[in-house]
Design a protein around this ligand. Sequence first.
Ligand SMILES: [Zn+2]
Length: 231
Amino acid sequence: MSNVRNQPCSCGSGIKYKKCCLEHQNKYTVFCDETGNSGSNYLDLNQPFFVIAGWIVPNKNLKNTSYIEECTTSLGVSNELKSSKLIKRKKARQKFIDLFDSLCINLECIPTFVFAEKKYCVAAKIIETLLDPAYNNEVDYSFTFDNLKKKELTEKVYSFPNESLEDFINFYLDGNAEKMTQCIRQMSDHAYSIGLYEISKLFKGALSGIVNNLETEKAAHASMPIKQWRL
Ligand SMILES: [Zn+2]
């Protein structure tokens, strides 16, 4: 029997799972936030990216927040330490550089940022939602952890016409199973017409479970803080 630990990691690194994500699990905590506000419209061509930035912090240093406290105290910042408060004054700028150095060198934190193209996010959401093994008989349960396969399919859906992606988001947010059924059929037909027979078949597999699927998604959404996603 093959051991999952010795298989290639599902993150796509090409390294064995035990030497990759398994080794990093529970060792680090990621703190991040959207930098700037690029709007909630997922297919706004004028603002096509989310930028998420933050720090990867080793858990062993998580409780050592004295550097940040020293910095906020010396600058007289009462609430959240925002960069806008740090770059205005020369003294504050130097403090910011000191804080950055302290986090990197003394606490072994790693600054990190991610550019996420909104259109790609929509394509990934289509794959995640419609190819959910719980609601799609064509999809095997192993697909849940097969990130490389998801990436491959997402890249194909990314090239679909914008209207299909827009329809998907709107019907998804409305929880409109009837219109979503039409949308899935259209995407399936489109996939077939350009030779993507596998995706075409997988999308058709989502039709029979779409009512329950959308209800579950809607329930999950109700617990989320921001509900302004609409196009
Ligand atoms: Zn990995």
